[in-house]
Write a protein that binds this ligand. Structure first.
Ligand code: ADP
Length: 494
């Protein structure tokens, strides 16, 4: 086995270049952790409008490559974006597809040509690798937008010398978003018709990009051990549970890490004051700052402040929060919420905030600086998710001494250990049944502990000392790559 692997990640989002959620954070930080273990690691993402507007240099590395798509040839260009990590970051440029205001769609809905846009990204891989003379050992694909790549590698590109020794790893970051398109899309993406079967890309008469990723990859991972078990059940499988059960030997749950340079209360440039587990005094200043920002007038040293930062989507448990809002607001607490997403949740929270001036603050926006300030300035971070593949915000909260209160699902269950005052163990609060009264009970319990200053300070310190750096998970990915390559080589030589 060679020691230095050539690893190529392909993702529709990579922080800090383009981000709508946790996927960007993961593909923004895992490659750097792998590169620090002395591997050649590169990343490809689309050249969206935000990439061009970003605060970093880009330079053209391939002025023209050709991609067959929709029965014709479309041209693309490749840019390399400046990176402060030891990772090469490439952006595939095709302005008719990617020079748009959003990544996936407007608030009214998805872009109607998403199949074509992301098929273009996937099919550009061959000419791009060709031009770069890159023969990756591992192509690591992330979520539905890149699901076609393994299917191309195993069908259209099976004789390509560039990929003769390539294994495909596919990571499911969220099984609920699968990339489902009508059958006619087969002609557009150029896969042979015989792949339109249940063992290929077909899913109830339609084409499913995520299923392609699962069926044609050598190995599949998802972002927490618990979620890897959950998605093999009908309740969390979104119709793909049986497909995943069939591949259970090749399916691994690896907990995401966090970027401890970007999310670090000791050095976070967005905060009013920095602090650490050894000196928490700055956290109070961060709380005062956030109270002022949101015009919440609770007594900063006596009343706990709850925080939420989230995509406003059904998955995140906002129906539970809505049910308890009136009861919660009768207590001596404050609540701040930052989010964007479904119109009905945006409207709902804005309406509730109007009813509780001075107690609840809502900001409908995507604001990275404010997200850092909330992580630091709150006492309790709420994540009552219906399901949560991994979740990053609870890990950021832990690092910032903001105690997470979560529902025990997916990665939330794997990362949060319920506080036990008798043993002093635990780093947060968990409830189990997806029910509003369970959430409310847990919130009341957290408030009680908050008023026990000794217990709370112990809990905060436990939280801040939980280690979610990438080192362990990055090594686990490498082990999985190596086993996969070995297995594949054995298969080929037999
Ligand atoms: P998901 O990927 O399901 O959205 P995660 O918890 O895994 O959830 O990751 C969410 C990421 O997106 C975090 O980095 C979080 O801070 C960020 N985020 C979500 N909503 C916003 C927002 N409105 N403003 C700024 N950052 C946000």
């Amino acid at each position: 086995m060679k020691n230095r692997l050539s690893i190529l990640h392909v993702s529709s989002e990579v922080a800090p270049y383009a981000k709508t959620g946790g996927l960007a954070d993961v593909v923004g930080s895992l490659p750097a952790a792998q590169s620090s273990l002395d591997h050649d690691v590169r990343v490809i993402l689309p050249f969206y409008r935000v990439v061009g507007e970003g605060n970093f240099e880009v330079r053209k590395v391939i002025s023209k490559f050709e991609v067959p798509i929709s029965g014709t040839i479309k041209e693309g260009e490749l840019f390399e974006a400046e990176s402060d990590r030891n990772v090469k970051v490439y952006c595939v440029r095709q302005d008719t597809y990617f020079d748009r205001a959003h990544l996936y769609g407007t608030p009214e809905g998805d872009y109607p040509d998403n199949a074509e846009r992301f098929a273009f990204l996937c099919r550009s891989l061959l000419p791009v690798c060709d031009a770069l003379d890159l023969k990756p050992d591992i192509i690591h694909c992330h979520d539905w937008q890149t699901g076609l790549i393994p299917s191309y590698v195993r069908t259209l590109w099976s004789d390509e010398i560039l990929f003769a020794n390539t294994s495909c790893c596919y990571t499911i970051h969220n099984l609920a978003y699968q990339g489902l398109f009508p059958r006619e899309v087969m002609a557009l993406i150029g896969l042979p018709d015989e792949e339109f079967t249940a063992a290929g890309v077909e899913f109830w008469g339609r084409i499913n990009f995520m299923k392609a990723g699962i069926n044609y990859s050598d190995v599949i991972t998802t972002v927490s051990p618990k979620y890897s078990r959950e998605i093999q059940t009908p309740e969390y499988g979104y119709g793909l549970d049986s497909v995943l059960r069939e591949r259970s030997e090749d399916l691994f749950g690896i907990l995401n890490g966090i970027d401890t340079d970007v999310w670090d209360p000791e050095n976070d440039r967005f905060l009013k004051a920095n602090y650490s587990v050894h000196d928490l005094s700055g956290k109070k200043k961060c709380k005062d700052d956030i109270l002022e920002t949101f015009k919440v007038n609770i007594d900063s040293s006596k009343a706990p402040l709850f925080g939420v930062i989230s995509r406003l989507a059904d998955q995140k448990g906002f129906d539970l929060l809505a049910e308890i809002m009136d009861d919660l607001m009768t207590l001596d607490v404050g609540l701040v919420l930052l989010g964007t997403g479904d119109q009905r949740y945006q409207d709902m929270f804005q309406k509730i905030a109007v009813r509780y001036p001075g107690k609840m603050g809502v900001r409908i926006a995507f604001d990275n600086a404010l997200a850092h300030k909330i992580e630091a300035g709150c006492d309790v971070f709420l994540m009552p998710s219906k399901y949560e593949p991994c979740g990053l915000n609870q890990m950021y909260s832990l690092r910032y001494g903001t105690v997470p209160l979560v529902r025990a699902t997916g990665g939330l269950d794997d990362t949060v250990e319920h506080y036990d005052p008798r043993t002093g163990r635990g780093n947060g609060f968990k409830f189990y049944d997806y029910a509003a009264d369970e959430l409310f009970k847990k919130i009341r319990e957290a408030i009680e502990f908050y008023h026990d200053r000794e217990a709370w300070s112990h809990l905060m310190r436990n939280a801040m000392q939980t280690d979610f750096s990438w080192a362990r998970s990055a090594r686990r990915y490498l082990e999985i790559y190596e086993n996969t390559i070995e297995k594949r080589m054995k298969g080929v030589s037999q």
